[in-house]
Structures are given as C-alpha cells and as structure tokens.
Design a binder for this molecule. Structure first.
Ligand code: NAD
Ligand code: DAU
Length: 350
C-alpha cells in the first residue's frame, strides 16, 4: 500500500522546498500538504508540482484540534514532517500570543492526533519536528551549538519553538511516540518571504530603497542554502534514529553587515550597476529587542551519523538566489503588496 505523509507548512519558504523534493523524488509516497495560508504561505511556491497525482493540498489550521483529528482519521498518515509555524522573530516581539498558539498548541494537536491513530501500531511510523538553532539562545565570540547545548530561548519565537521541542521529546519518553527532531540555522534561497534579511535586502536594493541594519550590524548568523536544508530533512526523515536530535548548519558564519555588503556587490554585478552603488543604501537602525548576538551550529553529528553535508558554497547559493528573485518579479510583487506594505511601514517607522 502507498504510504501517506503529512507535511505541515508546505506553502511556506522551507516547506515548499521540502514538498517539492518529496513529491518529485518519491512518486510512491502520497504527500498531503497542510497549510493555513497565513501571510507567509503562498501556493504560488508550488505551482510547478500542484497537478502531480501524488500531491494533495489541504487548507487548515494546526490550532484547530477537531479539524486536525478528522484529517488524521481521514488520511491515516504513516509519517508527519511538521514545519508549520509562525517563524519571524520581529513579529513575535509585537504579537507573542499567535506564536504560542500556532507553535505550541498546534504542535500538541498534531502529537495527540498522531498518537491516537498510531496507538496500536507504531512500527514504521515517524513524527519529525522541524526546529531552529534559536532555542539554544546566544553565543559569545567563540563556540558552537551542539545537540547537548542547554536550551536558553530569548525571544517569544524561540521560546515557543523550545516549548514545542520539549513537548515532542516528552511524547517520545512518555508515550513512545516515534519522534525525531532537527534544529537548523538560518536558511536562505528562493521563495523566502521578504521580511527576512536576505530577500528584504534584495527587494530593497532592486527598488533603490534603504537597507535597515539593526544595531551595530555585527550580529552573526550561520547561513544554509534552503535546498540543503530540504536534503537534510529528507535524510533525517528516512534514516534518522528515533528519539534523536540532529543539528543542521552551513559552517558559514557571517556578520550581518558583511553579508549585506556582499549582497550589494552581487546585486550591482547582476543589475549592471556601478560597483559600490548599492552599499550606499545601507543604514544602521534601531536594534531588535533582545537581539541574539551570534548563532553557529556544530553539524558534525548529522555528517558523521547520516552522511549529510551542505552541497554549495555561500557565494554560489547566494548568487543563484539573487538570480531567482530578479527573475521572479511577479512573485515578489505579489507577496509585497497589501498587508506586507502595512507591516513594513510599522516595522521600520523609526
Ligand atoms: P514560513 O513563515 O516561511 O512558513 C510557515 C508556513 O506555515 C506558512 O506557509 C504558513 O502559512 C504556515 N502556517 C503558519 N501558521 C499555521 C497554522 N496555524 N496552521 C497551518 N499552517 C500554518 O517559515 P519557514 O521559514 O519556512 O520555516 C518553516 C519551519 O522551519 C518553522 O517551523 C521554523 O521554525 C523552522 N526553521 C526556519 C528557519 C529559517 O531560517 N527560516 C531555520 C530553522 C528552522
Ligand atoms: O536561526 C534560525 C532562524 O533564522 C529561524 O528559526 C527563523 O525562523 C528565521 O526567521 C531566522 O531568524 P533571524 O532572526 O536570524 O532571521 P532574520 O532574517 O529576521 O534576521 C537575520 C539577522 O539580520 C538578525 O541578526 C537580524 C538582522 N536584521 C533583520 C532584518 C529583517 C537586520 O539587521 N535588519 C532587518 O531588517
């Protein structure tokens, strides 16, 4: 019998790459994409695979317990890859409750539904929870987050993700639910909503708008190409050990200001603008509240145990991403109209 897998948040940035990979590479799997289609969810991200016979889209909210239970009873899923979340730190600072509801309650609803349909036979079943390196808090100038690093979340977003991670592990220890988890660093690539640093700057450079850099610009992130994250998710879903956690990262730390300068230079080359032109758009603005100074991942466990490594250099991945955004103006225009304009004005008003 064909296996059926639920991917939540599949219309978002990372989720759409994961859905595409699974639908195209595994025709023997039936993929159900459950997404509420919030501001961050966009079915245009999947227009190339939406007619595939092994793909089904369902619009719904993970917070709606009755709906989730019905969905699990209807499809009798063999596996779950849970990506649906409120994912933007700045939005969590202005509206924490939405993050608590979706990220914590939504995850518990999925755990309960999986537990209920798998209670008599957990063999071959798998609940895979996608999380973030932000749960570990912030690093000083040295050191890396390992799977053993204590949790120390510092924003409403990371606190809600940390809480969901704890619940997923609690269901493994308490109910033997076959879970696996991963915590990944910052992703970049095509189809990312332009409220996050890289697509926001690409869009602003194109329109010759200022580039807002929070604080002193020396905050550091470890960037990974989204397609490499999707490959890591594939690897962990099929070969990760039940009950285990895997850190995923790009061995690729950049201070925000250095990254934005690199992006300006790539954009100038791609747009045929004089070298240095776009750097003039950079502005240092008011810092994010509780801004974590540095994230960096030790991804040696997934490399050693499962054989996963990033496949592209940052320069290659970033240039390919820039070309994707420049070649997809319609996508950018569609997502930056309407409510995005209001968000942008409120976020950058000072
Ligand atoms: P995103 O914001 O682009 O997409 C989230 C998706 O979830 C959207 O399609 C949205 O419509 C959907 N969604 C939101 N609330 C929902 C609800 N209540 N019910 C059903 N669907 C809902 O996020 P992303 O950047 O693709 O992140 C996906 C996952 O990966 C998240 O769990 C995030 O915490 C995690 N993560 C992201 C990064 C990153 O750099 N973006 C890094 C590590 C981990
Ligand atoms: O580390 C993984 C996390 O990466 C994920 O869990 C989150 O879902 C994802 O949004 C991302 O969080 P960040 O807060 O690191 O990403 P963001 O793109 O919002 O910001 C990256 C860095 O750039 C951060 O130090 C804040 C800074 N920044 C961001 C924006 C939007 C600016 O300086 N200016 C900006 O306008």
């Amino acid at each position: 019998m064909k296996q059926t897998i639920l991917i939540t948040g599949g219309a978002g940035f990372i989720g759409s790459h994961v859905v595409r990979l699974f639908v195209q590479k595994y025709p023997e799997l039936q993929v159900v994409n459950l997404d509420k289609l919030t501001y961050a969810g966009n079915l245009e991200n999947l227009s190339d695979i939406e007619l595939k016979s092994n793909y089904t889209f369902v619009r719904g909210d993970v917070v709606d317990k009755d709906f989730i239970n019905e969905l699990f009873n209807m499809y009798n899923f063999d596996g779950v890859i849970h990506l649906a979340a409120e994912s933007h730190v700045d939005r969590s600072i202005s509206n924490p409750l939405e993050f608590v509801e979706t990220n914590i309650l939504g995850t518990v609803n999925l755990l309960n539904a999986a537990r209920s349909i798998w209670k008599n036979n957990m063999n071959g079943k798998r609940f895979y929870h996608i999380s973030t390196d932000e749960v570990y808090g912030t690093l000083g100038q040295t050191g890396l987050f390992t799977e053993e690093t204590s949790y120390d979340p510092r924003s409403p977003y990371s606190a809600s993700k940390a809480s969901s991670d704890h619940l997923v592990r609690a269901y493994y220890h308490t109910y033997d639910l076959p879970i696996v988890l991963s915590n990944c660093s910052n992703n970049y690539g095509s189809h990312q909503f332009p409220e996050k640093l890289i697509p926001l700057c690409i869009n602003n450079i194109f329109h010759k708008k200022t580039l807002p850099i929070y604080g002193d610009g020396k905050y550091t992130r470890d960037w990974l190409w989204v397609n490499d994250h999707a490959r890591a998710i594939e690897t962990i879903y099929f070969t990760g050990v039940i009950g285990e956690t895997y850190n995923i990262g790009g061995h690729n730390e950049w201070k925000n200001i250095d990254l934005v300068e690199l992006l300006c230079d790539i954009m100038d080359e791609e747009l045929g603008r004089p070298k240095g032109d776009s750097r003039q758009l950079i502005r240092f603005v008011k810092d994010r509240q509780g801004h974590d100074r540095r994230y960096a991942i030790d991804a040696s466990k997934i490399a050693k145990d499962l054989g996963w490594e990033p496949s592209v250099t940052f320069q290659e991945g970033l240039r390919e991403s820039v070309r994707w955004y420049l070649g997809n103006h319609e996508w950018l225009n569609n997502v930056t109209s309407g409510s995005y304009q209001k968000y942008y004005e409120a976020q950058y008003k000072d």
